[in-house]
Design a protein around this ligand. Sequence first.
Ligand code: PMP
Length: 422
Amino acid sequence: MGQVTPASGSAAPVERPPSGTRLDPWLGSYADRTHGMRASEIRALFAVANRPEVVSLAGGMPNLAGLPLDDLAESAQRLVASRGQTALQYGSGQGDQTLREQILDVMRLEGISAHPDDVVVTTGSQQALDLVTRLFINPGDVIVAEAPSYVGALGVFRAYEADVVHVPLDAHGLVPEALEETLTRLAAQGRTVKFLYSVPNFHNPAGVTLSRERRPRILEIARRHGVLLVEDNPYGLLGFSGDPLPAMRSMEADGVIYLGSFSKTFAPGYRVGWAVAPHAVREKLVLASESAILCPSNASQLAISTYLTEHDWKGQIKSFREMYRERRDAMIGALKEHVPDASWTVPDGGFYTWVRLPDGLNAQAMLPRAITALVAYVSGTAFYADGQGADHMRLSFCYPTPDRIREGVRRLAGVISAEREL
Ligand code: PMP
């Protein structure tokens, strides 16, 4: 049996844990909660999908080409020169006060009125998802989530050993009758539902938006069943037509934890998002965040705060919306032309369309052949906790140019027709 040599002295050699392997001698030591952890299908794809010859319709990277990089560089330089002692120092666990006030201006666009004390700044909304799940989930507790759901949220839920129960979406978002039926059934089974996780706007991956009419109904059902709503809204300001719909947090404060992010409307590299939560929950979120990260990055927060003060951020969002709309049009046009017998959602904002393959084709099985044909997508199976979704794929139109999107869909059409002949 192999041994780990002690660092020094004459102590007895340390035996490898009995269930270890040569690859990982600590295999027997991991906590149970790690057993559900696995690389996201998307991250696993990244290495190949990012090769220049591959048209990647897989990732959800925002396109930053329109950002005023020279101005941002100049602001960053000025920030460190004039406020470096603060920007480079530890900060508040809850987040910078000025930025929290500015976040209120952002959320006002979706009808939310809150107090700066209600806001907790996080390291992207991904950290907020982790904190919320850590606060509420014991192993085996139920989280009700849309079918399909954001893959990064499912990864967090799995890491805390939640049992995810899916509720269907249709073209108008989460189906209230199905939610009612699911919550009633789970209550009858004596299951504890801790929260409902929803992405109401320009859903990742489904591309659909919860209609205005359904929003109060979803809130009413959740309230009646005593279930907290986690409203995850990174895309809400990226609509292609009309004004943003009111957030559910604007209709109800006590039963909603709202998550926002600067990743899609500005830049994901700063890793700044936020949560707005009822008072007692918010205090626990701050404690949990402090124990995880001490405080969010001051440098990032002050850079974003400066950007919001000095730049026309609303104008920037408008130009992002126009860019993404043009790309959405390119993708939908190409799907109509090249794969007319598939079906897809037509998103009115955001980054994604959700495509149902024709003839019972399997998106997961087809993926290696798509990569060989130099086009990448994400198989629908990534977006379910229970292995469904092989008949769907998520196509993102955020990053490639319209011409590359058309070329990608053309390649995909070739893969699909070859697949039918297999
Ligand atoms: N929620 C959803 C629905 C997302 O699509 C993403 C990013 N892909 C996130 C949360 C996390 O975003 P971030 O941590 O960059 O704010």
